[in-house]
Design a protein around this ligand. Structure first.
Ligand code: IMP
Ligand code: MG
Length: 180
């Protein structure tokens, strides 16, 4: 599949993304204005560019931590197992935690990660997702902040990969297969 030729059609330019990230950061800064305990948790690997840009726009004292989850499913069942490949380094009990995700698709990954983190008794637990594909949702989950709702297209760039490639594109584009 990775060998099939494809082109990438730009959906969101670097400039459009930057403007939206700035607006999100302003909302998040206002929301957490009264806290000195915010831990921003990036879900590896897809969120690494988004979180880097977002935290630089937050006018708040923040700590940054990362967690890596891998979801793999049996295509014939609707249930999907999510494994934690890399856990947080820090404690989050009593802390305000903002999970930063690249894309919410079916929602299974986010649901599992939130369930895990919630068990550690954070104070407030919220999510900021750069992209959301609402039509793909299989579980009832919604990020408090969403950068862009997008249609059911496979996207790459700005941290997001297709078979580990294209994470370094400064824009977000849709993968379109070419040829036969
Ligand atoms: P979910 O558990 O189905 O919500 O999966 C979410 C994860 O799948 C995202 O964090 C991405 O890593 C990956 N994913 C979903 N849609 C895309 C896409 O269009 N391009 C690349 N990765 C995607
Ligand atoms: Mg991801």
């Amino acid at each position: 599949m990775a060998e099939r030729p494809y082109v990438i059609d730009e959906l969101l330019s670097a400039k459009t993304i930057a403007a939206r990230v700035e607006a999100l950061a302003q909302e998040i800064t206002a929301h957490y204005a009264d806290t000195d305990k915010l831990v921003v948790v990036g879900l590896l690997r897809g969120s690494f560019i988004f979180i880097a840009d977002l935290v630089r726009e937050l006018a708040l004292p923040v700590e940054v931590d990362f967690i890596e989850a891998s979801s793999y499913g049996n295509a014939t069942t609707s249930s999907r197992e999510v494994r934690i490949l890399k856990d947080l380094r820090g404690e989050i009990e009593g802390r305000d935690v903002l999970v930063v995700e690249d894309i919410v698709d079916t929602g299974h990954t986010l649901k599992a990660v939130l369930h895990l983190l919630d068990g550690r008794k954070p104070n407030r637990l919220e999510v900021c997702a750069l992209l959301d594909k609402p039509v793909r949702r299989e579980v009832d989950i919604r990020a408090r902040w969403v950068g862009f709702d997008i249609p059911d297209e496979f996207v790459v760039g700005y941290g997001i990969d297709f078979a580990q490639r294209n994470r370094n594109l400064p824009y977000i584009g849709a993968v379109r297969f070419t040829g036969t």
